[in-house]
Structure formats: structure tokens, C-alpha cells
Ligand binder design. Structure first.
Ligand SMILES: C[S@@+](CC[C@H](N)C(=O)[O-])C[C@H]1O[C@@H](n2cnc3c(N)ncnc32)[C@H](O)[C@@H]1O
Length: 330
């Protein structure tokens, strides 16, 4: 009886060749491990299958059968509402809970509009400046190797895929302030933690500082998108404190309603406390004592054998009236 039910369930799941293969090997293992008196094992398999079905049903009920991806510039992720926008782009005006915005691939929409893939590779570093127009794009004569690599990748991979829209990713004008419970800003960065470093030696102090500039602007957007009580996770794959600890300092000093919260699991080391004074007099402030254990810094030379990266997790407290004003003016 039990075997009959389990086989029926497994057959209903065997919709593709892959499933058939997996189930064949599972059943083979069950038969081998149970021998002839292995009723207990079959019960375990039966409950396991039931659990899978229950989880699938729950996920379907909650609409969690896929992740919805949107393409947008992370520097303009907050929808600036004006009257003409009210009837357009419903996805912007909806409250969207539990969705993660990743900064990756968000540039795609601009790529298509400007029909200039190469220009987009520059946009992050050109933070603060408007997107370059078609005319300016045509005037550009110098094309860097990084631009060419990016162009080839985009041609090869297409503009982005996801499961629910038949391979298409929706464009978005941005999202209303306070519309997310959680925001992950896995920011573009100098990537100094990556190894092997195939394109090493191209960074200067100035270029490192430029990374920090657009990261702060992206973080400003993340703060606006996260609702009070929500969570913002900021991460990079660089060991440059200017893009890590200094970003945390900026965040905590500028947005007094943000606090660092402990992370689980905790594998990385503590963050850097103090500051760094550069030869040109610029002072970069890092963490204050007590904050270092609340972030995770992964050192590529540590025994954990990881790349270098950094994670900070913030909880968003009640946003004060002052924040609303500064958002409107920025
Ligand atoms: C650290 S990677 C994110 C990796 C991604 N989380 C993943 O796991 O695949 C940063 C990404 O941000 C993208 N990016 C750079 N500038 C951006 C911008 N202004 N808006 C949106 N995405 C941007 C880069 O193309 C890059 O793919």
C-alpha cells in the first residue's frame, strides 16, 4: 500500500527525463538500503514526498514560484512620482513585499533605448551625470577593452532572462519609496577582492574614490526604497575600506535611523575601525569601536580561503520628517 502511494506520487512528479532519472536512482537506493524488511525506509520516503508536495503547494499559494526581475538603473531606482506618471507602469505603484532588487543587469533598459551597449559600461562610474545621449554616444571614438568585453557578453547572453516572463525581463521606471521589506545592494565595486585578478593594476586612488561616490548614491536609493522596520544588506567583492567601512560610516552618520544588526551565519572577520588620512589631506572615516563585529570582512589571505568581500546589514528605524525633506531636495 505504502509502496503503491509512493510510486504513484513519484510517477506524477516524473514529468521530465531529469525527474525520471533522479527518481530511478532514488528508488534504486531505497531498494538496496531497505532490503526486504525495510518498511521504515519507505515511510521516510513517503513523508519526504508529501513534504515536497506541501511545500510546492504553499509556494504556489504564496506566488513564490518565480522571482520577478526588473531592469532599471540602480541610481534611479526610486520612482519620482509626477502627475503624468500616475496612469503608467503599474508595477511601480504597487507595494511589493519581499522582493529583492539586485543591481546587476539593471542597466539593460538603457542599453536597448540608446542602442549603444558600450556606453552603458561607463554609467556606474559616471555617477551623478545624466545618461549620455545618442548623439554623444556616436561622437565617442575611444572604446576600452572592458567595454568591448561587456558588449560581447551582452550580445552572447541577451538582455536578461527570468523564469516567469518567457525569458523577458520587465523594464521599470523605479519603485515607490518605502515599498520593500528588504533591499540587497550587491554593489558594483572595484572588485579588489576577486582572485585571480585577471585585469589587475588598473585602479588609482581617484578611481577607487569614484566607486565610493556612486555606491553612496545607490545606497541613498536603497534607503528610500526600504520601509521603516525593513532590512538593507550592502555587500561588495572588494577589500577597499573606502567602499566598505567608509560606506557604513556614511550610512550611519547620514541616516541616523539606520543601525547595524548582527549577521547569521558569521564567518568573516571584523571590519576596520578608525580612519585613513591620504597624502592629499582627504580623511576617510571607517567604523567606530563596537561596530566592527557587526559587519563581516572576508580577507582572501585568511584560512577560510574565500575571495575578499564585505557585508553590512542595517535595520531601518522610523524615518524622520527631516529625511523626507532631504529626499525631496536631493
Ligand atoms: C557585484 S555585481 C552584482 C552581482 C549579482 N548580485 C550576482 O550575484 O550576479 C554588480 C552589478 O551591478 C551592475 N551595475 C553597475 N552599475 C549599475 C547601475 N547604475 N544600475 C544597475 N546595475 C548596475 C553591474 O553591471 C554588475 O552586474
Amino acid at each position: 500500500m505504502v509502496v503503491g502511494v509512493a510510486v504513484a506520487v513519484s510517477l506524477s512528479l516524473s514529468l521530465s527525463g531529469l525527474w525520471i532519472c533522479i527518481w530511478w536512482w532514488c528508488w534504486r537506493w531505497v531498494l538496496i538500503s531497505c532490503g526486504d524488511g525495510g518498511g521504515g525506509c519507505l515511510w521516510i520516503w513517503y513523508w519526504f514526498l508529501l513534504l515536497v508536495l506541501v511545500i510546492q503547494k504553499l509556494a504556489a499559494e504564496m506566488g513564490l514560484n518565480c522571482i520577478t526581475a526588473f531592469k532599471l538603473d540602480a541610481l534611479k531606482a526610486v520612482w519620482q512620482r509626477n502627475d503624468s506618471d500616475i496612469t503608467t507602469d503599474l508595477c511601480c505603484s504597487e507595494e511589493i513585499d519581499g522582493v529583492t532588487i539586485q543591481s546587476s543587469d539593471l542597466l539593460g533598459s538603457h542599453v536597448e533605448k540608446n542602442s549603444s551597449i558600450i556606453m552603458e559600461g561607463m554609467s556606474a562610474e559616471k555617477s551623478g551625470k545624466e545618461s549620455v545621449s545618442n548623439e554623444k554616444a556616436n561622437e565617442r571614438t575611444y572604446v576600452s577593452k572592458a567595454d568591448i568585453r561587456k558588449n560581447i557578453r551582452r550580445i552572447r547572453n541577451g538582455s536578461g532572462r527570468n523564469q516567469c516572463n518567457g525569458g523577458r525581463v520587465q523594464n521599470s521606471k523605479g519603485f515607490s519609496p518605502n515599498s520593500f521589506d528588504r533591499v540587497l545592494l550587491d554593489a558594483p565595486c572595484s572588485a579588489l577582492g576577486l582572485r585571480p585578478r585577471l585585469f589587475a593594476g588598473e585602479d588609482t586612488i581617484e578611481s577607487l574614490r569614484n566607486h565610493a561616490k556612486y555606491q553612496r548614491r545607490m545606497f541613498d536609493q536603497a534607503v528610500q526604497l526600504a520601509r521603516p522596520g525593513g532590512i538593507i544588506v550592502y555587500s561588495t567583492c572588494t577589500i577597499n575600506p573606502g567602499e566598505n567601512e567608509a560606506l557604513v560610516r556614511y550610512a550611519l552618520d547620514r541616516y541616523t535611523f539606520l543601525s547595524l544588526v548582527p549577521q547569521h551565519p558569521r564567518i568573516g572577520g571584523p571590519g576596520l575601525v578608525g580612519h585613513c588620512e591620504f597624502p592629499d589631506g582627504y580623511i576617510e572615516e571607517w567604523l567606530r569601536p563596537g561596530e566592527e563585529e557587526l559587519v563581516q570582512r572576508f580577507d582572501p589571505s585568511s584560512p577560510h580561503d574565500t575571495i575578499g568581500f564585505f557585508i553590512a546589514k542595517f535595520i531601518v528605524g522610523p524615518k524622520d520628517a527631516q529625511f523626507g525633506k532631504s529626499c525631496a531636495s536631493s
